[in-house]
Design a binder for this molecule. Structure first.
Ligand code: HEC
Length: 179
């Protein structure tokens, strides 16, 4: 196992709202244990209300508070995938009620080019207010170009039997500029 400790990233209100709503925050990991029940309840609460809650909770936290929950399903997974994506996409993810599919069934992962996989990682899937629709946080701010390239390569290798992708960090940088 790779050392799990990351330098404590301070929580922002947005990151906390994401976490409360989905059980996952890019940069802080996934909710496990008792927190899962909370996020399941909050999944149906309007975003504005969850955000108001997050603002309040953030105001109570010391500025340096580091709260890095260990990602479930770490085991044999790439540590970056386990930490950033496993909370929703690992086989034993507690958030499957969010509708996150097995990535093996993903059209994007099985497509000829990695464009869609990179795009979805950078942009996520937007929040649709008041609807029990799938939501995925955007990772543009949380992952470097090299990390996005590594993850896309990893997904292809792990979840598809199609020809491997060769992705350079510069390819990701280009797509970021197009955002
Ligand atoms: C908070 C939960 C969550 C996290 C964290 C998350 N995802 Fe997702 N992801 C989803 C949901 C929900 C969908 C959409 C399911 C659907 O369309 O039915 C999705 C869809 C996808 C798809 C598209 C599948 C398709 O339909 O072709 C890819 C690829 C993907 N995620 C990759 C990632 C990667 C890589 C990470 C980590 C950097 C990640 N996801 C982190 C929830 C999450």
């Amino acid at each position: 196992m790779q050392a799990a400790s990351k330098a404590g990233q301070p929580w922002t209100e947005d990151a906390l709202a994401d976490y409360l709503r989905t059980g996952f925050s890019a940069g802080h990991g996934a909710a496990a244990g008792p927190m899962t029940a909370v996020t399941e309840e909050l999944a149906s609460v309007p975003q504005a209300d969850v955000h108001a809650m997050a603002v309040y909770v953030a105001s109570l936290m010391p500025k340096s508070a580091a709260f890095v929950a260990s990602a479930p399903g770490g085991g044999g997974l790439d540590p970056l995938f386990a930490g950033a994506c496993g909370g929703c996409h690992a086989a034993d993810a507690p958030m499957t009620r969010n509708g996150a599919p097995s990535l093996a069934l993903s059209t994007a992962v099985n497509a000829p080019t990695p464009q869609n996989v990179i795009q979805i990682m950078l942009n996520g899937i937007p929040w649709r207010e008041g609807k029990p629709a799938p939501y995925m946080p955007a990772f543009a701010a949380a992952l470097t170009d090299a990390q996005v390239a590594d993850l896309a390569t990893y997904l292809r290798k792990t979840y598809s039997d199609q020809t491997a992708w060769t992705i350079a960090p510069a390819d990701v940088a280009k797509m970021r500029e197009a955002l």
